[in-house]
Design a protein around this ligand. Structure first.
Ligand code: HEM
Length: 198
């Protein structure tokens, strides 16, 4: 993956836990790189090892690390470096998600060696849709959930993302029902009622 991904993990860890934690994570991951170059590619294994080590050093599971990273990617990395691209992709969350299938084709112009995920939207309603996530890489679904949360912040709307098909459990690809606005609030109420009844 491009170095900007590893750099974004570094930024997030340093911002929340300090540089010492980052050095500890790199050491535990066996990653001996002083500075990741944003537009150079590194083996995916480096990123996976950093996420695994972050999970152990910070005492949270890897899913939580990836979710937090996904949110940070949207509200910080993408916003700071590629704000115009984000703004051009939609004025509402619904519009943005409908444009997501084409989004990385613009990123490929900047990063030609990109190996991007593929997104497909189906069952599109006023405030919800089914998001299909096809990836060359395993295990990154929690990152998508975090990205949806980041997009909710960006568009200042409630978002609830339910995973409805899980590649890790044998599905062909990951699928999510993403709800926003009043549909997200209704979903939150429904889940709270279900939890209270259990
Ligand atoms: C301007 C903003 C963005 C930039 C610059 C960007 C760039 C990248 C880069 C460099 C990678 C690593 C892949 C590689 O190096 O081969 C990546 C992966 C990924 N991106 Fe984006 N991206 C952006 C926005 C988004 C958005 C809005 C979403 C979805 C909500 C998204 C979803 C993903 C996912 C899930 C991956 C994981 C890779 C995989 O599944 O193989 N990205 N992106």
């Amino acid at each position: 993956m491009y170095g900007m991904v590893n750099r974004a993990i570094e930024d997030l860890v340093c911002e929340k836990f300090g540089e010492e934690a980052w050095e500890q994570i790199k050491a535990m991951a066996g990653v001996d790189v002083d500075l990741f170059v944003r537009n150079e590619t590194y083996p995916d294994d480096v990123t996976y090892r950093l996420v695994g080590a972050a999970s152990r050093v910070l005492g949270v599971n890897a899913g939580v690390v990836l979710e937090t990273f996904g949110e940070h990617w949207i509200v910080s990395t993408a916003r700071d470096g590629y704000g115009e691209l984000l703004d051009a992709a939609g004025k509402t969350l619904g519009e943005f998600l409908m444009n997501l299938p084409n989004f990385h084709s613009r990123i490929v112009l900047i990063f030609p060696k990109l190996n991007p995920p593929k997104f497909v939207c189906t069952e599109v309603e006023e405030e919800s849709l089914r998001l299909h996530y096809h990836s060359h890489r395993p295990g990154l679904a929690p990152m998508v959930v975090g990205m949806m949360r980041g997009l909710g912040k960006m568009f200042e709307t409630d978002v609830v993302t339910d995973m409805v098909a899980d590649r890790a459990a044998g599905a062909e690809h990951d699928e999510f029902i993403v709800r926003w606005g009043s549909a997200a609030r209704a979903r939150t109420q429904h889940l709270a009622a279900e939890a209270a009844a259990a």
